[in-house]
Design a protein around this ligand. Sequence first.
Ligand code: NAD
Ligand code: TYD
Length: 339
Amino acid sequence: MKVLITGGAGFIGSNFIFHMRESHPDYDLICVDKLTYAGNLETLASVINDPKFTFIKADIADRKGIYEIFEAHHPDVVVNFAAESHVDRSIENPSVFLETNVMGTQVLLDACRTYGIQRYHQVSTDEVYGDLPLDRPDLFFTEQTPLHTSSPYSASKASADLLCNAYQRTYGMPITISRCSNNYGPYQFPEKLIPLMIANALADKPLPVYGEGINVRDWLYVEDHCRAIDLILEHGKVGQVYNIGGHNEMRNIDIVKKILAILGKTESLITYVTDRKGHDMRYAIDPTFIHQELGWLPETKFADGIEKTVHWYLENHGWWKNIINGEYQNYYERMYRNR
Ligand code: NAD
Ligand code: TYD
């Protein structure tokens, strides 16, 4: 079995490669990644010399390049993680989100249609459902919840999902989609909430909490997400959407306080800053369907996952220090100065 994994030099894609290496040691894994600011070949150091692993630097929106890869490798399965993934960047510059997340997905779907495929899996997000009000804790996102996006990021991801549905129905392609809640764990780029707060706290820098810090996200340890995708590839039904989440809703401010407590740092580092434009209030997945259909349940409790994650960042200083000493400084200045 040849599995082509796009975006495998990023956070979830790399964790998925490590997961698949363990769970299917006989599979050939091909990683296609453009190595944008968010992609890091160092992350793949442990697999890069594996004879059953191939890395190819390419842009999923480059039709010619992608067709050449399909021509040369004929993958059986494609799992598309490649995306521009940060909401704040999408607010600053939406164009590249449409190019990669929408047009890139279309190129991959066309390549699968042209060369044939056993399965195309689209890694999507709960953000396509928009948000839920804070005062309705009884409401959850199910697979039937209408798409209702807020940010250029979520709009681009929803567009890609609609394209996948269209290719499945029109051309009969074997497509599945998963929509997961917020992930955390090793190798997450330090622009996202949890690693950003860990890095700032360790440097005794202010922790920039947007608005009042009361927005709620539904956190899932990255390995649980990877296991769910693996199960969908093995046993999922073509044409089906699967929501992935573990009923672990938390307010941003409580996450930040938890990180400070683990690191033994003072809460006086917390700084409330201007809110994100269009900021979604609450995400909350109902994972009943994937549990009933595929028997999936999250294995890592948040209390354990966050401890593991903070310790990973403590033990892997080199990985994220290299990142935050580079172009990231300009990004941080642009995003947080005078906020
Ligand atoms: P990430 O930003 O850490 O990694 C994205 C990877 O895609 C990087 O390696 C980057 O180099 C690569 N990439 C970007 N544009 C590309 C292009 N045009 N061609 C080829 N490669 C390209 O993102 P992540 O957090 O690992 O997210 C992976 C996927 O999971 C995304 O599709 C995202 O929408 C989805 N998702 C993320 C979360 C989350 O909490 N992080 C939750 C649900 C779904
Ligand atoms: P983020 O990790 O960017 O994920 P998403 O926006 O896709 O959910 O942000 C998670 C939450 O944390 C979100 O409500 C915005 C908030 N946030 C802050 O308060 N401060 C920050 O510096 C960042 C990056 C996020």
